[in-house]
Design a protein around this ligand. Structure first.
Ligand code: UTP
Length: 395
């Protein structure tokens, strides 16, 4: 009763009367569930996020300066060998883990179910995205006789389905004792008028964006788990790049050699107009500048060699120390607005955490070697384009 009163007060204070009216139509169990949901919502935060959507985003080009990348192809072969050895040591000592962020909604792909369970028309029987990612990781077993620890971030919505999928497929031959699933946080979705939404007798929520990975790793005790296992380096990537190369000792070696706590892989922007985020420094700190933030001058600016100054596109392929993740996990990342199915969704981005580290290394790799994202149902970055890139390399 007391909780109901508290929930009603909150709804009244924040002008969510329609939810208040709806509560009375629910049976006791449903009502209790919704009351619990309401009590967990930070209405102050939601109100502020909604108010922020009305403000125009200030773009301050003066804060942005370039960050130079190292082209993997251009590293001297002798040095490559040395870097390879450094990286291999980390993997062989079992100090390496991989985090796959699979908590997204995959709205653009329009597939019902976790994106990783999407089956591509590859090979004789087709291959699931999760199966392909498992294949890439199994490279480490073959080369170093070790299955890296694998942490899979899911959402409240798709967690059970994801676990069931891996169980059903026997982890595609991966050592299941080395796999852990953890759930990311949620935020309520809002109508464009700032109202909460009901779906299936519950307040509609969505994952809090891939920037939620830092907090989720901490909250769900995955950082603790990593530390207990003496993991030092964590490679974080998205679920939707089927060419991802998580076993890359040169990348690890290069990061260590440069005394960095964080490194990212990039690909060269296909053309100045490509709508991708590119690496930069913002107020001197590592960051990513989004396409719409780049001025026309910056978009086309070239260096002496004729390469774009802001030409290193983000492919969501990041390597961090456990300490760096822990440091960022204590910060409040800013929220960005996305409009999904006409509703407001608030999400944090993983790269908004980079600013809390002094510097970062960017290693440029060849697009066709390591980048084939599946975002859209058809056209660019679709199952069809990804399949083409994949088959060029692997068959
Ligand atoms: P995207 O930005 O492509 O989002 O995520 P999405 O939700 O998968 O797809 P759309 O925009 O609804 O079509 C990039 C990566 O970050 C993960 C995704 O699973 C993907 O690997 N992600 C995104 C999360 O893990 N959690 C989130 O809340 C958002």
């Amino acid at each position: 009763m007391r909780n109901q009163k508290l929930a009603e007060e909150k709804l009244n204070t924040y002008h969510q009367e329609s939810i208040l009216n709806y509560l009375d139509q629910l049976d006791d169990r449903q009502k209790q569930e919704m009351i619990n949901q309401i009590l967990q919502i930070d209405f102050e935060q939601i109100t502020k996020l909604y108010e922020d959507t009305k403000k125009t985003k200030k773009i301050n080009a003066d804060q942005i300066t370039p960050i130079e990348s190292i082209d993997k192809e251009k590293i001297d072969p002798k040095e490559k060998e040395a870097l390879q050895k450094i990286g291999e040591q980390i993997i062989k000592k079992d100090e390496y883990a991989v985090v796959t962020m699979a908590g997204g909604q995959g709205t653009r792909l329009g597939f019902k179910g976790p994106k990783g369970t999407f089956k591509l028309d590859i090979g004789q029987n087709g291959k699931y995205i999760f199966e392909i990612l498992t294949d890439h990781l199994k490279k480490s077993k073959k080369l170093y006789n070790i299955y890296p620890y694998w942490y899979i971030m899911t959402s409240q919505e798709n967690n059970q389905q994801t676990i069931d999928f891996f169980e059903k497929h026997n982890y595609f031959g991966y050592d299941k004792n080395r796999v852990k699933f953890f759930k990311q946080g949620i935020l309520p979705m809002l109508t464009q008028e700032g109202k909460l939404v009901i779906e299936n007798n519950k307040i509609k929520t969505a994952s809090d964006g891939n920037g939620g990975v830092y907090e989720a790793l901490k909250k769900e005790k995955m950082l603790e788990d990593m530390k207990s296992k003496n993991v030092k380096w964590v490679y974080i990537c998205g679920v939707d790049n089927i060419m991802v190369n998580p076993i890359d000792p040169i990348f690890i070696g290069l990061t260590i050699k440069h005394h960095m706590q964080i490194a990212s892989k990039s690909v060269m922007k296909a053309c100045p107009e490509e709508k991708v985020g590119v690496f930069c420094r913002r107020d001197g700190k590592p960051s990513i500048v989004e396409y719409i933030e780049l001025s026309e001058k910056m978009r086309i600016e070239c260096n002496k060699m004729g390469d774009l100054v802001y030409g290193d596109a983000n492919i969501v392929s990041h390597l961090l120390t456990v300490e760096a993740i822990e440091k960022i996990s204590h910060k409040n990342l800013k929220c960005h607005l996305a409009i999904k199915n006409n509703l407001y969704k608030f999400e944090t981005f993983i790269f908004d955490g980079f600013q809390y580290l002094d510097d970062m290394l960017v290693m440029r790799i060849k697009r066709e070697e390591e980048f084939a994202p599946i975002k859209n149902k058809e056209g660019v970055d679709s199952p069809e384009t990804a399949k083409e890139i994949y088959e060029k390399k692997f068959s």
